[in-house]
Design a protein around this ligand. Sequence first.
Ligand code: TZP
Ligand code: MG
Length: 226
Amino acid sequence: MNRNDFDLSVYLVTDSGMLPDGVSFVEQVKRAIDNGVTCVQLREKSIETKDFIERARAVKKLTDAARIPLIINDRLDIALAVDAHLHIGQDDMDARTARKLLGDDKIIGVSVSTVEETEKAIDDGADYVGIGLCFNTQTKITTKMPKGPRGAQDILRAIYNKGSNMKTCLIGGISQSNIQQVRYQSGIPENRLDGVAVVSCIMKQDDAAKATMELARGWNSVPKWC
Ligand code: TZP
Ligand code: MG
């Protein structure tokens, strides 16, 4: 997986606490991978290390077969253990330190919600930022106010103004019903959004295959210049 050449357009972030009845975690993630997600992040907050590694290994087989990145939320030890990439939040290890430990061949993403956080992520050597919060979400407890798709424009401009080619995705409440609006409204002419990160609109769904296809169709139906 080339660190400079990955596709963030339909980025699945997992949460095993919201699976439909009778569906296993790996099965649900497989349905998403088989139907159009371009990147997977394992974000598991209350799980033992041993189980996390086991789950990460199972998903890594799927992402390797599909030639898409597996990104681990927060747990650098697990990213190292399974040869995966890393996503960090503002309260986690900073990207500069993570880069030293993880090496130059791994993707590092950072959650941001301000221009200052974004500029620091660029300076620290991150490869992409996940920009929140787009819409209200039930998935994460947060005090952040949703800023809507247009709320990302100051961050996209800051990235452009810094001469960075950092990739970007938006997160928070994005679904099949608003993905086109998100793609239309989020960018600036000089710097378009690269994708959306979603949890519940895939993980919670009885038909994750259809949910993923609809999401990918929504993203891809908007011209690239939007
Ligand atoms: N960070 C900001 S919002 C969020 C995370 C991890 C959760 C988004 O979940 P959903 O279900 O797509 O709204
Ligand atoms: Mg974190």
